[in-house]
Each structure stands twice: as C-alpha cells, then as structure tokens.
Design a protein around this ligand. Structure first.
Ligand SMILES: O=P(O)(O)OP(=O)(O)OP(=O)(O)OC[C@H]1O[C@@H](n2cnc3c(O)ncnc32)[C@H](O)[C@@H]1O
Ligand SMILES: [Mg+2]
Length: 169
C-alpha cells in the first residue's frame, strides 16, 4: 500500500513511519497546503487542516491512504492549550478517520504573540533560543522536559488512525 504524508516536516514523517510499523507499506511525503491559517487557533480549524493535508497528499501521490497531521492552539478558561490532530483518508470512504493528540498548557504570555499573527514555531525558537524546535522535539518536548516529544505524540496519533482503519477494514 502507498501511504502519502501531507508534510515534509521530519518530525511528522518519522511519526507516520513509526505509526505504520509492522505493515507492508511505502511512504510518500509531499508538501501540501493545509488550506487553513498557518497557525490554527481552534480544534475545528486544526482538524480541517489535517483533513485537507490528508486529501491533497493522497491525490498528489496517487496513494491508497493519505495522512494529514496538524498542530494548533486553543484558548480555554484554563489557559492556552497546544492541540494536535490527525486525519486518514482512503478510497471508497468519504468521511475521514480522525484522531486527537495530547494537549498541554502553553505559557499564558504566548497568547499575545499568537494574536498578533505569529506562529507557535517562531515563538518557541525565540523562547528556547534554539532553531527549528518545530522540526525537532516540539513545544511538547520542551514543556515536558523531553518526556514526550513531537514525534512520539504524532506516532500515537498515527497509531490511533491506523488502528481505526484496521477496525473498519
Ligand atoms: O511543515 P508543516 O507540516 O506545516 O509543520 P509545522 O511544524 O509547521 O506544523 P503545523 O503546521 O502542523 O503547526 C502549526 C503551527 O504550530 C506550530 N507548532 C505546532 N506544534 C508545535 C510544536 O509542538 N512545537 C513548535 N511549534 C509547533 C508550527 O510551527 C506552526 O507554526
Ligand atoms: Mg505549518
């Protein structure tokens, strides 16, 4: 089976490869548009981004399955949460399979920067004085002190997608 991945971010690509471990598949990462803002600010928008990535990558790569992974943030009464969503699309099935990832609180003062239109990736680099946190441990890796990094979190999301696909087929 051909698996298209709607990103070239190495963290997400590794996560998808790990998520499909043990299955006979080939992987085809490609850069696609998420079709939503660069920094999604709700579950709704983040889910839509994941679905768009999955659909577009499947078409672009003429694959059996398309996987889309998207990161966002949501404002709640308890603070600003990091949110993560995944979508799996396949032929003969209109509605995508969805799965959510882990959520943790982000520093409150990130809100103002995000409202100004800055992306979390950029804010994280400034906050940590590192380069490309988003393609490495991610915000989740930084704020859990490496206990759970972005690859592990998205691997879990991918396993949830693959497991649901397996249940249905
Ligand atoms: O190349 P793509 O696939 O777009 O990968 P990305 O890192 O930009 O990831 P998303 O578009 O899914 O994430 C939306 C925004 O949130 C940022 N983001 C999300 N989760 C993050 C994390 O764990 N660490 C750092 N930045 C994160 C990311 O950099 C973007 O600015
Ligand atoms: Mg992005």
């Amino acid at each position: 089976m051909r698996i298209a991945i709607g990103t070239t971010n190495p963290t997400k690509v590794s996560a998808v490869k790990e998520g499909f471990e043990g299955l006979e598949v080939s992987f085809h990462p490609c850069s696609v548009s998420s079709g939503v803002s660069a920094q999604p600010m709700s579950d709704q928008e983040t889910i839509q981004g994941a679905i768009n990535r999955a659909r577009e990558s499947r078409l672009q790569k003429n694959a059996d399955i398309g996987i889309g992974l998207e990161g966002g943030v949501i404002e709640t009464d308890y603070g600003l949460f990091l949110c993560n969503w995944g979508a799996l699309v396949y032929h003969m099935e209109d509605s995508p399979i969805l799965a959510g990832g882990a959520r943790i609180l982000l520093p409150e003062d990130f809100k103002e920067d995000l409202r100004k239109g800055r992306e979390l990736g950029e804010i994280m680099d400034e906050f940590t004085k590192k380069n490309n946190v988003r393609t490495k441990e991610g915000a989740i890796g930084i704020f859990t002190n490496g206990y759970i990094d972005r690859t592990e979190m998205f691997t879990h999301v991918t396993r949830l997608l693959v497991g649901q696909y397996s249940y249905k087929n």
